[in-house]
Design a protein. Structure first.
Length: 161
């Protein structure tokens, strides 16, 4: 009798650390919340990639009326602990699990800082004094043979204007 054993990896939320840029007196953007990408449980035997989503919520204020004084912003996400955008890597002890974050739900445009094969979000003009919500799309490629464990990475999210 042959037995097949499945190994499941518990991948907790991938937390994104929010950075903040400020511009002048009374004007700027502030993060309301950053929801990490939740990949759930990763199965190295699964034939398909594992997708997850997260969310950024922020408010920009011009200190007056109008749409942030028509000032455009750009949102950047760092490489994390892997020092590369292609791929980013989560870690659990000495084990590494490749993943990436994307601007689009098709997961074709890597979200980064515009270097190393990545793209930045924007420029765009956010609403003034309203909560702006941006989705983060994540993907772990299929069939990576890694040790069971809780994998994570830390990244910085920056709003530039």
């Amino acid at each position: 009798m042959s037995t097949t054993r499945l190994i499941y990896l518990g991948v907790p939320l991938l937390w994104l650390l929010a950075g903040l840029s400020a511009y002048g007196q009374g004007a700027g953007c502030q993060f309301q919340s950053v929801t990490g990408v939740n990949f759930g449980v990763y199965d190295p035997f699964a034939p398909a990639a594992l997708d997850g989503t997260g969310q950024l919520r922020f408010v920009c204020s011009s200190g007056g009326t109008g749409s942030f004084n028509n000032r455009s912003i750009t949102i950047l996400i760092s490489q994390g602990n892997s020092n590369s955008f292609t791929p980013r890597q989560m870690s659990s002890g000495s084990s590494r699990l490749n993943y990436n974050l994307y601007l689009d739900s098709d997961r074709s445009l890597i979200w980064g800082n515009g270097t190393g094969g990545s793209y930045q979000r924007g420029p765009f003009i956010p609403g003034n004094n309203v909560v702006n919500t941006i989705s983060i799309y994540g993907r772990i490629p299929a069939q990576q043979w890694v040790a069971p464990g809780a994998y994570s990475d830390s990244l910085q999210v920056v709003i530039q204007f």
